[in-house]
Design a protein around this ligand. Structure first.
Ligand SMILES: O=C(O)c1ccccc1NCC(=O)[C@H](O)[C@H](O)COP(=O)(O)O
Length: 223
């Protein structure tokens, strides 16, 4: 299974183009006003048209209501909804039924106890995104550029595809993958020169590092 690379929080045509040309498998668009990466529906529509099937479009929301999701569906037509709030298992089921799109549930991780929610979500979600749990005073539940202890996932037995995120960058993603055995990596802050300002060279470096890590793990597996 090829490693999935997601570049999240894209908000300009130029950096989206760079991520697509560099080979991102998923491009994430944030619809959460407190985020420095938040997109208007108009910009989401424009950027969505630019993707043209070259990557999966991920709409990132936080405890959004149906009206908000309807608007995002109309503007972006996402391939996946990434639910990054406190959405219940029942809410995941509702969203899947209403929109007919896969859902990726973000699971915040700080301690082993945070993994207790997995069986419920894993029964409904299509994939899981493990992210660092945000501090209590944070203005948003993700995109904070801080890692969690990847060893908490060392003995994970999850039948669902999962990604690792939270404070990743080109220089630590290989270790994150080695420890977590995740099938994908996701990054936002680690490819930015400032909050919300994506850096093309950092995007390229991150994707290059992810592909290099994938190749070396494939070489090890055939030995
Ligand atoms: O990116 C945001 O601003 C954001 C806002 C609210 C909820 C989630 C958010 N990001 C979720 C992502 O998928 C990020 O890529 C993930 O949290 C990793 O972020 P980072 O640690 O900055 O790489």
């Amino acid at each position: 299974m090829s490693l999935l690379v997601k570049i999240c929080g894209l908000s300009t045509r130029e950096t989206l183009q760079m991520a697509l040309e560099a080979g991102a498998d998923m491009v994430g668009f944030v619809f959460f006003p407190p985020s420095p990466r938040h997109l208007s529906l108009e910009l989401g529509r424009d950027l969505g048209r630019q993707v043209k099937g070259r990557a999966l479009k991920v709409a990132l929301t936080v405890d959004a209501d149906d009206a908000t999701l309807d608007n995002i569906m109309d503007a972006l037509s996402p391939d996946i909804f990434q639910l990054h709030g406190k959405e219940s298992v029942a809410r995941l089921r509702d969203i899947k039924q209403r929109f007919g799109r896969p859902v990726m549930k973000a699971v915040p991780v700080a301690t082993a106890a945070d993994l207790a929610v997995l069986p419920g979500y894993a029964a409904i979600a299509d994939r899981i995104l493990f992210d660092a749990r945000a501090p209590k005073d944070a203005t948003r539940p993700g995109g904070l550029g801080e890692p969690f202890d990847w060893h908490l996932l060392e003995n994970l037995d999850l039948k669902l595809p999962y990604m690792v995120s939270g404070g990743l960058h080109a220089d630590n993603l290989a270790e994150a993958l080695r420890v977590t055995r995740a099938g994908g990596v996701d990054v936002s802050s680690g490819v930015e020169s400032a909050p919300g300002v994506k850096d093309p060279e950092m995007i390229k470096a991150f994707i290059r590092a992810a592909r290099a890590s994938q190749e070396s793990s494939q070489e090890l597996s055939v030995r």
